[in-house]
Design a binder for this molecule. Sequence first.
Ligand SMILES: *[C@@H]1O[C@H](CO)[C@@H](O)[C@H](O)[C@H]1NC(C)=O
Ligand SMILES: *[C@@H]1O[C@H](CO)[C@@H](O)[C@H](O)[C@H]1NC(C)=O
Length: 351
Amino acid sequence: MERWRRVSVLAMALLLLSACHGAEFSVKNHDQSLIYDHTLAKTIVEYASAVYMTDLTALYTWTCSRCNDLTQDFEMRSLIVDVENCLQAFVGVAHNLNSIIVAIRGTQENSVQNWIKDLIWKQLDLSYPNMPNAKVHSGFFSSYNNTILRLAITSAVHKARKTYGDIGVIVTGHSMGGAMAAFCALDLAIKLGSDNVQLMTFGQPRVGNAVFASYFAKYVPNTIRLVHGHDIVPHLPPYFSFLSKLTYHHFPREVWIDDSDGNTTEQICDASGEDPNCCRCLSILSLSIQDHFTYLGVDMESDDWSTCRIITAQSVERLRKDLASNIIMTKHDADVSIVENSVQTDWSSSR
Ligand SMILES: *[C@@H]1O[C@H](CO)[C@@H](O)[C@H](O)[C@H]1NC(C)=O
Ligand SMILES: *[C@@H]1O[C@H](CO)[C@@H](O)[C@H](O)[C@H]1NC(C)=O
């Protein structure tokens, strides 16, 4: 199959590039007795999965096929869609967790394989504002910072905290969505304080260098990055221990779910961000794309990858009709923000 052939070429390239080892550079540990909560992860993964749904009306009304189970009591507050950049996110309140949930979907166009292949060459080409020597990938950063996401998410979080008081925020995303979720969590933590923000990502690529990881660990200490088995994406863009100050470097804390021998174990990794005994212990040749698409037994793919823009545009049309017909506008004070062709539209429903 084409998919596997491409991935093994990538694995070969990685193997060649990582053939030697040197002293490890470790991220400073700002750990504040973080405890990984498996039950919470089972719930949060369902939000990260739901944000992939293309039927916007079903998502908005929280009636989609993935909008149930542990997320049943979710109150949608804001649905955010950027048609042009194929971005999607929502903000709402999980009453059972007494938390605001921010879920961000990745932009992957129609080929995850190509996206993964490109990850190997991503440059650390942007200095993160106000963090000396911290470097990140500009594409990941600007997908959050320079699109509708930043403004729409921060304002929805602000409004929800006005309604419900200063409850905590949990930011989540899978894959590229995890990368954007990381920048969102950092942004919110700087605004709201580290105690109020938690990040949980699934199959997230690396986003910055070691200095960035160190700042990140300080500002968002309540961070968990779940890595499923042999998922290749968290290994990209590459980290080289012998060049550890120059290459990409994960922030902590990884939780590695290893289910390769039929028994599932969840290993809570060290505070370095690059624990050599967690997913990094795998042979590069054994990495796979397959494990990227399920986390904790939950489907992490879009229900329709093939035509991101077209389907989203149709979904937008339908949502617009449904909103116009006033079916769901009575629910609560929820917002819909949609960007098409760089023109922003806001609907604010009222009782
Ligand atoms: C991030 O976004 C803000 C506006 O929301 C902008 O002023 C700033 O320049 C952006 N940062 C970068 C590095 O692009
Ligand atoms: C899986 O766990 C069971 C019970 O703990 C054990 O008996 C079995 O040997 C394990 N299987 C493998 C392949 O490790």
